[in-house]
Design a protein around this ligand. Sequence first.
Ligand code: AGP
Length: 587
Amino acid sequence: MCGIIGYAGGGNAAAAIYKGLLNLEYRGYDSAGLAVMENGKCRVVKSCGRVEKLNASLQFLSGNTGIGHTRWATHGKPSNSNAHPHTYGKVTIVHNGIIENYAELKSKLLAEGDVFSSDTDSEVLAHLIDKFYDGNLLSAVVKCADMLKGSYALLCMREGKDEIVAAKYRSPVILGYGEGCNYCSSDLPALAGNCGRVCVLEDGDFAEVTASYIRICDRTGKEISREILPNLAEPAELSAGGFPHYMLKELWEAPATVKNTVKLFESCKTSALAALSGAERIILTGCGTAYHAALAGKRYIEEFCGIPCEAEYAGELRYKTTPECGKTALIAVTQSGETADTVEAARLFKSLGAKVTAVTNSPHSAITRLSDAVVRVAAGTEVCVAATKSYSGQIAALYLIAALLKGDDGEMTKKVEKAPDLILNALQQVDIYTLAEMCSNSRGVYFLGRDIDYAVALEGSLKLKEVSYLPGSGYPAGELKHGTLALIDEKTLSVFIITDEKLAAKSSGAVEQVLARRGKVAVLTNIDGVRGAFENRAEIITLPECDKFLSPLVSAAALQLLAYRTAVIMGRDPDKPRNLAKSVTVE
Ligand code: AGP
């Protein structure tokens, strides 16, 4: 995680870096800093908290080359001293990734008499590069890289020269070619509107970046060429367009996301079919919300195509006994396309011979570069850390993949085409305020459902937790009586999602079990009988009627609204919840 940016040009480096950092803040926002080279001397400013806190210092900085960082803490608490850039001797660095052997490196350096000013893993990089420097910064960075275990996107400057050296391994670095200036960045948003062409570094690449040239090379210093692509990144939206928060704006964009995902799917069909047809087993993977979408995708493929499927957290999948990959295909679901666990799981399966299909919102991401097929989610930029519209897009994409594998004659596609109106109905009609109040007054909130409703329950729970900080969990409704029921009392709230006629009676039984123990209950349903049964005993949220398998789209719309309203009632910032980041590029 963390976002890094470098600028070398004729303009004011601090201003350019600051602007870039604002666009990278979704990668972490517990502290930020930047360094500029002023008359051969490196000047550093840092601040704990959001990037905007650096604004006041910009007027005092005047160099033309610099590097910046927005942090999501991995090693060492959020503080000024742990904020990047880190300087040692004449070397200043910013780093995204994790140096897994930092403790060993640090103890050697301490034994040599080095003094450390932070608790981070990253600071060792500045120490090593400073020590290895013998007139050539690039070769010092290579020597340092040779000693590292872990992942790094590293930018480095040394006093005396307007030059940035970049190194990349398992964390993204993108170079941007501008007019009279050049950039390096963790991601495209920071380069949108700044440079017409970009180049994505590969693992093991290094680069020298100055105002007048970019030179990419391997570890021997030999120049190598990488494809230069047009920069298609749209400048980030600077406001939530009249909405009080991006989360609210973005959850209202779910209907458009589903509509556009259906449109884009046409151009993805051939490669998806080539990657998935003939598979005797399909594994779906992802993290967080993307994993919850994968759970629904597993049900679609099993139900419609009869192909054995598994859904597994990407961080777990990687460490299972080496999978049999002969006729196995992997579907990696990821909004950002940069989530380290998901990318590495996909890399592992590919190396074992499995075909990989990415379901992603990010066309130029790490996952798209390594996948055999890419199914695009058309959510556009999702600024809020909590995924909303991207989840809806993932559900639609996975449903369409299942339809494709089934050989659907258009019937299933028609159903998804109707989904945007259903989501809109849900958003317009659902009255969630009372339930949000109930959540905010609860000691714990549990989300329960069966089958596809269980997949949504997990997502509802994650959404509420991340933006309101209320404790709780998602469970299969049938599991309640096997332990979780012990948590239930009048201070807890159980939110049931019941959209499947076939399982309604069973889920209703679980509702009765909670009511019998004086637990507060809410029921989200589109089934009349269920509504009638609990009318005066539970808070009822009526969902629009819809196909059972597309119900995650409408129930998730209601649950996203619920999480948002609860967060606002509780005075949280739903767009930037504490401790989190949008793009999780560390394992
Ligand atoms: C969702 O609200 C979370 N912010 C988080 O669970 C997220 O879905 C997860 O980190 C995966 O991200 P990705 O889709 O970019 O891979």
